[in-house]
Design a protein around this ligand. Structure first.
Ligand SMILES: Cc1cc2nc3c(=O)[nH]c(=O)nc-3n(C[C@H](O)[C@H](O)[C@H](O)COP(=O)(O)O)c2cc1C
Length: 412
């Protein structure tokens, strides 16, 4: 890879010293590194160390007139090819997610026209706190790359995700980002106007992906849903002009263009997000929602010395599809999905009636449909069953979107 310029923002965490190793590796790969140290970061590592390793001046204060005359903060934010935050503290992540710019680091992060990569490091509870989950989701939705932290014993003695990834892994992530085209938002390209089509003016709610039901801070109950079919449907509906809200379980798929995405983790969070997204003209409930949750333990459940496993008491989750179908704000068209491993059509017909929806898209998931790229579905309605041929998931999505457009236009 060509030599690149990296602006490295070092936050105030116990892992700040690992920035030294990162600088060494990046320099070894031929890159130039210029460091910015937050005031909290300076409690853990000195500007002198970073300056000596990077062989560049280190910047610490927004109001440093000497720096401003030699290199203004806007220029500093833009001269690099990539901005890297390492370690990314919970505090920096929170300020970035909210667009705050109350010191040099966050001002540069807001002013930059370059991609940003964050290597987070913090205590496991800080990483798993709903506020940090929200902040990370917000940053990712804004095109900031937030790496997953490593899991293991932490400096504070606790165990779980929150450790800074290995320096070599961060270098790999940095080089991957440097090789990627710059996101359109940063190029100043104005987003194209939303497509016009038969669904223009229609609001459609789509759910997709699995849910994760925590058992304790480090374990959860999940299923094999990849979210691919639901994301493809959301994208296809948006292409026909619909105003699409996609309530997505924990998946790493890119948000389809023109779709408003709300990330959730549990079935109960999905139920609340769905409720907030109503009213809508249609609801396409593709998500594989867990039927049960457990009352999660506040701390990691330990193995018992006598070898007896802990009992997990399952509690029924809300039935989101039935709730939407019986809601006072029921969309005109409510479509459920049925993932079955046997008697697919019979189960789908029963679900159509028991849930009170208009259509069921039934698929046999005994093969590799969950996670795969193809799907073979049966569209079960109150008037009959259509067997569709096996198709790539994006073609299933386009065909279904056309059917939805037809149904909403006929009903209008
Ligand atoms: C000993 C010690 C270790 C800390 N380690 C971390 C850490 O690893 N991650 C983190 O997010 N905050 C950590 N903090 C808290 C941050 O220093 C604090 O939130 C600070 O405001 C971060 O400022 P900054 O984000 O501007 O660098 C630690 C604090 C102390 C006293």
């Amino acid at each position: 890879m060509d030599r690149k310029r990296i602006l490295l923002i070092v936050g105030g965490g116990i892992a700040a010293y690992k920035a030294c190793e990162l600088i060494r590796l990046l320099k070894k790969r031929g890159h130039t590194v210029r460091c910015v140290l937050t005031p909290a970061g300076a409690e853990f590592i000195t500007p002198m160390t970073l300056a000596a390793l990077s062989e560049q001046p280190v910047h610490t204060s927004l109001f440093d007139l000497k720096d401003e005359s030699e290199m203004g903060h806007i220029e500093l934010s833009r001269e690099a090819d990539l901005v890297v935050v390492c370690p990314g503290t919970a505090n920096l992540i929170a300020r970035m997610a909210n667009g705050l710019c109350d010191d040099l680091a966050t001002t540069l992060l807001l002013a930059t026209d370059k991609p940003i990569l964050v290597a987070p490091a913090m205590n496991v509870r800080m990483w798993q706190h709903p506020a940090t989950r929200r902040n990370v989701a917000r940053l990712r939705a804004d095109d900031t790359v937030v790496m997953e932290p490593d899991e293991g014993i932490m400096a504070c003695g606790e165990f779980g995700p929150g450790r800074l990834p290995e320096s070599s892994v961060i270098v790999e992530a940095i080089e991957r980002e440097l090789a990627r085209p710059i996101p359109a938002r940063l190029l100043g390209v104005v987003a194209p106007p939303p497509p016009q089509g038969p669904l223009t003016g229609k609001r459609i709610l789509v759910t997709a992906g699995p849910t994760h039901e925590p058992i304790d801070p480090v374990r959860y109950i999940a299923n094999r849903s990849s979210g691919k079919q639901g994301f493809a449907i959301a994208g296809a509906l948006a292409q026909l002009g619909a105003d699409v809200t996609l309530v997505a379980g924990p998946v790493t798929l890119a948000t389809p263009p023109g779709v408003t995405r709300i990330d959730i983790e549990t079935a109960r969070e999905m139920a609340a997000a769905v409720e907030n997204a109503l009213p809508a003209d249609a609801a396409v409930m593709v998500a594989a929602v867990a039927d049960w949750h457990v009352d999660a333990a506040a701390t990691k459940i330990k193995k018992r010395a006598d070898g007896t496993p802990p009992a997990l008491a399952l509690v029924q989750n809300p039935d989101i599809l039935a709730t939407v179908a019986h809601s006072a704000r029921r969309p005109r068209l409510v479509i459920g999905f049925a993932a079955e491993t046997n008697d697919v059509i019979a189960h789908a017909r029963a679900k159509l009636t028991s849930k009170g929806c208009d259509w069921i898209v039934a698929n046999d998931v005994s093969g590799d449909v969950m996670g795969g790229d193809r799907n073979s579905i049966h569209l079960v309605t109150t008037t009959g069953v259509e067997d569709w041929p096996e198709l790539p998931k994006d073609q299933v999505a386009e065909r279904l979107a056309q059917r939805i457009a037809q149904a909403l236009t006929e009903q209008a």
